[in-house]
Design a protein around this ligand. Sequence first.
Ligand SMILES: Cc1cc2nc3c(=O)[nH]c(=O)nc-3n(C[C@H](O)[C@H](O)[C@H](O)COP(=O)(O)OP(=O)(O)OC[C@H]3O[C@@H](n4cnc5c(N)ncnc54)[C@H](O)[C@@H]3O)c2cc1C
Length: 324
Amino acid sequence: MKQVHGEKLLASLGDKVKELRGRLTPDAPMDRVTWFRAGGLAELMFQPHDADDLVAFLQMLPEEVPVMVAGVGSNLLVRDGGIRGVVIRLSAKGFGDVELVSETKVKAGAICPDKNLAAMTLDHGIGGFAFYYGIPGTIGGALRMNAGANGGETRERVVEVHAVDRKGNTHVLSNADMGYSYRHSSASRDLIFTHAVFEGYPEDKAKIRADMDAVRQHRETVQPIREKTGGSTFKNPEGHSAWKLIDEAGCRGMMIGSAQMSPMHCNFMINTGQASGYELEYLGETVRQRVFETSGIPLEWEIKRLGNFMPGYEVKEYLGELTA
Ligand SMILES: Cc1cc2nc3c(=O)[nH]c(=O)nc-3n(C[C@H](O)[C@H](O)[C@H](O)COP(=O)(O)OP(=O)(O)OC[C@H]3O[C@@H](n4cnc5c(N)ncnc54)[C@H](O)[C@@H]3O)c2cc1C
């Protein structure tokens, strides 16, 4: 695995880092973070103790150092050459709580698992959150990806989002400011969401419980949820299902190295063993090419791909939609 230069970056920050209460880890293995269990090293990982610690760190970090934030990596494909700069991982202690704000409103920290928010709304008879029961990510990831399932979406429930920018300034965004569309938010990429307020509606607990059970049962029968995966690989193109296009292109079960398009749900890519980031991404691009050749439809990645390729293992993006 290629080494990045985390110790050097850490040393360049000097003694100021001693004031921080969070944890700094140079050359942090991202394969321990992502659900794919693949990918290279993050040059430096910072786990802030709380929001003040996050602000203090961003204010001391030189402007030219790139920063990205990871949730639990259930939608991330990290390349084998690793990630230059800093990866922020919010600590459960500082950013993991979920609490009731009013009869129908809840406040959740950005590293709170979606499932915990769903469970707490069930306890209080608040409807509109059952879809979160089946999504394995965190609230931060849901806010960024407009995560949704079973007819529900994050954008329907968000009231306001609290965030910190790259310079350490704090912001409060309204639902409209988040610029939501299908699996996308146009909110500035440099924002780190710290927590958000959501609103549901009063609902019978038995009905919420039944909806959650239906969500769980559906997933267990149609998705490879116990595999090393990143969830849906590609977005559904307008008027089409990505999985159907992939199936029709003959890519169900297709393998490159240990990376495979799941035979169970062919829009889920899985790591069947020790797949590298290269194998996973190369498989994805090969599928995009086959689908374009058979249907004329360009698939768009839903999974976020990050970091640098290992030299000699670059994956060329299939640009069929531009060159055909
Ligand atoms: C088995 C399985 C099933 C899935 N099913 C669904 C589904 O039904 N519906 C669905 O929508 N998704 C689904 N996913 C994908 C994934 O769970 C969601 O996209 C989830 O919202 C990602 O959350 P995360 O914490 O894992 O984010 P990550 O994968 O760590 O990050 C995803 C993106 O969010 C950004 N991000 C994370 N935290 C923050 C933050 N605090 N501030 C700003 N940006 C942040 C990251 O920078 C990255 O761009 C599934 C994944 C798996 C593995």
